[in-house]
Write a protein that binds this ligand. Sequence first.
Ligand SMILES: [Zn+2]
Length: 1012
Amino acid sequence: MAVLPIFTILSLLFLGVESEYIAYNTSGRIVDGKINVHLVPHSHDDVGWLKTVDQYFAGANNSIRGACVQNVLDSVISALLEDENRKFIYVEMAFFQRWWRQQSPKLKAKVKELVNLGQLEFINGGMCMHDEATPHYVDLIDQTTRGHQFIKNEFGQIPRVGWQIDPFGHSAVQAYLLGAELGFDSLYFARIDYQDRAKRKDDKKLEVVWRGSRSLGSTSQIFSGIFPKHYDPPEGFSFEINDVSSPVQDDVLLFDYNVQERVNDFVAAAVAQANVTRTNHIMWTMGEDFRYQYANSWFRQMDKLIHYVNMDGRVNALYSTPSIYTDAKYAENKSWPLKTDDFFPYADHPNAYWTGYFTSRPAFKGYVRMMSGYYLAARQLEFFKGRSDAGPNTDTMADALAIVQHHDAVSGTERQHVAADYAKQLHLGYVEAEKLVASSLAFLSTKHGSAETVFEQCPFLNLSYCPPSETILSDGKNLVVVVYNPLGWNREEVIRIPVYFDKVLVTDFEGREVESQILPVTDSSLSITNDYVKAYLGKPSGGTNKYWLAFSVSAPPLGFSTYFVSSAKLADIGASSTISLMYTAQGSTNDTIEIGQGSLKLLYSARDGQLTHYVNSRNSVTTAAMQSFSYYYGNDGTDKDPQASGAYVFRPNGTYSIEYEGQVPLTIMRGPLLDEVHQQLNSWLYQITRVYKGKEHAEVEFAIGPIPVDDGIGKEIITQITTSMKTNKTFYTDSNGRDFIKRVRDYRTDWDLDVNQPIAGNYYPINLGIYIQDDTMELSVLVDRSVGGSSIADGQIELMLHRRLLHDDSRGVGEALNETTCFLDQCKGLTIIGKYYLRIDPLGEGAKWRRTVGQEIYSPLLLAFTEEDGNNWMNSHVPVFSGIDPSYSLPASVAIITLQELQNGKILLRLAHLYEIGEEKDLSMMASVELKRLFPEKKISKLTEMSLSANQEREEMEKRRLAWKVEGSSEEEKVVSRGKPVDPTNLVVELAPMEIRTFLIDFEFIQMYHVS
Ligand SMILES: [Zn+2]
């Protein structure tokens, strides 16, 4: 038998020999002059990853992982009710909402009391802890707003702290927009580059003041804390029921009494952390993924630790929250190091750059972006019609879009069945929003007294599949196309719809013929259509002999116009659409082929089909330019470092260029509106380059897949655009579609980089675009979804478009990223169809195109179709509508990023300045928007400026804002301009560069937009 140690014997004497109830003193508060260990109990609950969000909530599918969020919340609430000193933070509102609606009124009242007492605190407070690399900023705002609204409505609370502990790198937009502009006092996270972290620990620079925006500077800064290791507790202090940490054993009648030993461990860990942290306050993140399923297991140990550590007295331990910790830091009145830009890319190991997920699941990423743009337009149309709580409305879509921003959702790092669940939820949300959009367009376009029109839409238009446009003409009926423009300025574009006839006539609402062009749908495209329509809809896609009909449309701001497509009668033949001239370039001549009817020409070599030059006759840009495809072999993890390329990590093992395998290098289609260059590089790579007569950029559509892996090697497909520009290792990529950040190859601003992965370590997330520049010009590329990209050589831009890998990269997902699509019982690798856009401008002239066309890509024209009922459309319909004053349009520098009727009847309006300071010579200026002309038929009775998530008045938020001091910065900082408060009489909103302003509006008269 063991002999009791001296300490224990003394304790026995001191406490009395009987082992009895011990009332632990958990009331520890901050003690000045000691190291204060803030114990922050938390559970990191992924809103889907290895299991779906609902499976995690209910504790289903536990053979994958024993995780049940209901258990977490049930047991945490009981544990908090047992001791008023215990605290807990909760983060993911998607889970909390699921739990909350199942609780009794009695328990709800108790939980509200816990919240009011500060025992339960909501932090971060979005529906999920969103990813920071691959979402668009509008989605980040929307998902956060939805969570914050719930917290405000149910609890009257305003979250104070950002808690992005798990995302794989951190964006500038997170810091300033989803941080400071929400009114957050601080932001905490764990994952930064391992080299960066090592240096910050040495320099005691883990806690900083982060200014994410060049334009908004110190007006939008946030105190940010990086954890010294990860978001779990120091080693030896994890107390989930199966954890191996020693519990504090203080019952003298039992073996293994260890109070002093555990107190010593605690003090040692606290001192070690204090040695890399400024001030006497350190935070212990007491939790991990899906922890607190039996909360007492943790709280019992923390109760004891606080009790005995504070009796010991060397350090001070207390139950805390990140808010209390933040206030303690602030109270020290110290200056903090300044951080600018962002924390990308993230590496946790020399060969493990988490830059693969920038592109992982490109089809899903494309779907999320498409749904995001649709949601924006659908909310506008919902506002014009008037919201219906009974539906159809946009609520389901809002919830679906919110959860897919999670850091294992749009990031592409979830298991396959979970990705399928996200896509299903998005689809269900879309189906309801589609009904709302159709009924709103019918409401706005049908004259009073006429039967309401039934509109159809075509979500598979990218697959050249659109039953309403394909079938109507074949019945001899006319097709009506309503074109809705969600942007605040007038827009002229060429749209494309599939039709079965090549002799059609397009007219506008005044009966004028509209120039149109017929292009054949290629066999390659048809075979993708047939496969995928069958896979998605379970039915064949129909005929084989299809055409694209392209025609020019014009649509007013926040409004629509109407076009008519009919079969050309014999008499009209002269006036029908122009059939494209089609020819192929045979690889036999030295000729140059010129593409483009307007000022932009692309020159190709007839011999090998390669792009050789880019020429714009309007602005005299002429340069050699090439475009090519390559792939990387995905490392299989069998060399001496067993790190494979996978869903998270990009670890290339050699680059291989993709050469033409076909006989015909180019097929060209020419017509009055656009020219197309078709290139079938091999059996799994098809590319169409389009040059529109009226546009000065090239649109490149690619179809990639199935990526061959029969050689047992995973591949990551890239495209490269190569020029002779001297770009000095420098390129620019956007932050969540907003600010552009300067990147320098093999270089980091904050430390001397050890370059281990010269390709993967130079990849950055791209949501809007990437550009390079030299002394005379700039090359810009815009994308239609989140992708990874870089400039690996001077003068070059590279995008990773698709990846298919055969090995797991050992970061927990436990599956290879090998996406397939199944047609009945046959599965093949996933094919993706996507687009990017490129343009070369004289130096200093690219920004306007990037911002304007960037908005157009994000918010495409929304098309709705119906058939004309007996040639009398105009008698019963309004063909043109604009939701704003017809003589008004928004400044070119401003976008409406939210126009939404909330459940309480108020209108949520967000206006965004699209330019940074100094970005564009004319547009990087203060802009103003006239609300009276934005809402011409309504009278604004009350306008309240709000925080970004609309959960508090802006003025109150600014009053509460903590004024952090920055090391080495003088008092005379650059003055940042912002729009002035809005005068309630003239109702003009000013917007400074990069400013987003959020308003709640009450209207005096509820006058519908309905036309009589
Ligand atoms: Zn996570």
